[in-house]
Design a protein around this ligand. Structure first.
Ligand SMILES: [Zn+2]
Length: 466
């Protein structure tokens, strides 16, 4: 018999769709196996349905799990390694030299660190573009989370053929794995790193595999100027004309758009991952989120990698997403709290192509977050949606379920040995920092090899970047 979990007594953010939430006081959520069978007032649940486990949510808020729609999880190893540096020098002088020395084991441990941080912050699903992605898939399968995974592909770098083969192998090996918890995509990194013939090869492979695309688009003004100079069109128009959007596409950033770009994204149902903190910290700009939503574009919220954002906390991202739109328009009504919370839940789920995910409603996948409201910053209670978006913190997350299983219980990770992860990642981060610095300053005696049995990625620019 499948497990039956009953979450009872909380304020349940119920209801399908992308409008304001239907908040039910003293509500229940009934989970059978991996799916929600009921969410609403206790009186509406069939009294003959008996749970195998009860979770007391009295005085707590019950939310759909948060979806991080674009990240490079293993870049957590480079958190704080190079801050306050412009995008291109940041990549070329700091990140890429360090990444060139990453091993599969580094990526595995860095991903575990990011999954631990994310779960404790209520993030149940993430979209990751990186390399050694089979090791990321391993981390996802072991920890029980949900993910959209892709091997970053850079057509201008040595090793681009091998990278494409790895990307295809990831899709063949892991698409649908973990009882459907993993979706896989091919990831041409960006228009400025993937020339048209390479994009064509990636699309041919995507068509053969029937898999989606994950990419970065229109992140900076410099990118738009470069693509216009090279191809006479915007990055969005350019990728549309290359046929990228004939495939289900997840596009990170989409900061610098004109009306025609927005219409193209809507027409082709491109999912957009909005990264407010990364776009601020790397001085990229502010994405026109209200215009995208008005045009019917699906938008999710994202952190980007922790090397640029320095954390994977979607509560912080929600707050900044709302505040950026308000201050840049001198309009306090722009992007209200409920809309931001929808971006962080069902918006992201749809952008990543997961079916029946991101809402607390019958038939939806049981990815659920329970917030403890005992801290002083959560008193008094007026509007509970405002409380979640403008006042709650990642540390308020108490319990997390993914695919019907409890992965965080009373603030404790059940599937990750956090102490071991912290130790492993510190050792590995110190090695990478030494190697990255040595690559910038020339050969040095302090240049240790990769740990025994671990091969570093031989291609520079392994495929990450923001
Ligand atoms: Zn990125």
């Amino acid at each position: 018999m499948p497990s039956r979990v009953l979450i009872e007594g909380g304020w349940v953010f119920a209801g399908e769709g992308s409008g304001p939430f239907d908040i039910v006081g003293d509500g229940v959520v009934a989970v059978e196996g991996e799916r929600i069978i009921y969410a609403g007032p206790a009186s509406g649940l069939d009294p003959s349905w008996q749970p195998t486990r009860r979770i007391d949510a009295r005085g707590k808020i019950v939310l759909p799990g948060l979806v991080n729609a674009h990240t490079h999880h293993a870049m957590s190893l480079l958190r704080g390694y190079a801050d306050d540096v412009p995008l291109m020098p940041w990549l070329e002088e700091h990140i890429w030299p360090a990444e060139a020395h990453l091993t599969g084991d580094d990526v595995y441990w860095g991903t575990l660190l990011a999954i631990a941080e994310s779960l404790l912050a209520g993030v149940t699903t993430f979209a990751d573009m990186y390399f050694f992605m089979d090791r990321v898939a391993q981390a996802v399968l072991e920890t029980g989370v949900r993910a959209h995974l892709s091997r970053g592909l850079i057509g201008v770098a040595p090793g681009s053929d091998r990278a494409l083969e790895e990307g295809k192998a990831l899709v063949s090996g892991f698409h649908g794995a973990g009882d459907g918890r993993i979706r896989c995509a091919l990831a041409p990194h960006a228009p400025y790193t993937c020339p048209p013939p390479y994009v064509a090869r990636v699309l041919e492979a995507a068509a053969a595999l029937g898999c989606p695309i994950h990419t970065h688009l229109a992140e900076t003004r410099a990118e738009v100027e470069q693509i216009r100079a090279q191809y006479g069109k915007s990055p969005i128009q350019h990728f549309a004309e290359l046929g990228v959007f004939q495939h289900e596409t997840l596009a990170a950033h989409c900061v610098h758009l004109d009306e025609a770009d927005i219409a193209l994204l809507a027409e082709h149902r491109v999912g957009v991952a909005h990264n407010p903190i990364s776009n601020c910290k790397l001085a990229s700009g502010i994405a026109p989120v209200p215009e995208l939503l008005a045009a019917g574009v699906t938008v999710g919220l994202a952190s980007d990698g922790a090397a640029s954002t320095n954390h994977l906390d979607l509560f912080e991202e929600m707050r900044l997403a709302a505040n950026l739109q308000k201050v840049s328009r001198y309009d306090a009504t722009a992007l209200p709290a409920w809309q931001v919370l929808r971006l962080a839940t069902v918006g992201g789920a749809r952008a990543l192509g997961f079916d029946r995910l991101g809402c607390l409603a019958p038939g939806y996948l049981a990815d659920i977050v329970i917030l403890d409201l005992r801290a002083p910053h959560l008193w008094p209670r007026h509007d509970l949606t405002s409380l979640v978006v403008y006042s709650a913190k990642a540390a308020d997350v108490d319990t997390v379920l993914v695919h019907g299983k409890v992965l965080v219980d009373g603030g404790e990770l059940l599937t990750i040995d956090l102490e071991r992860v912290e130790h492993e990642t510190q050792q590995r981060a110190e090695r990478l920092a030494r190697l990255g610095r040595a690559a910038r300053t020339g050969p040095a005696d302090e240049n240790p090899p990769a740990p025994a049995g671990e091969a570093a990625d031989p291609s520079p620019r392994g495929g990450a970047a923001q």
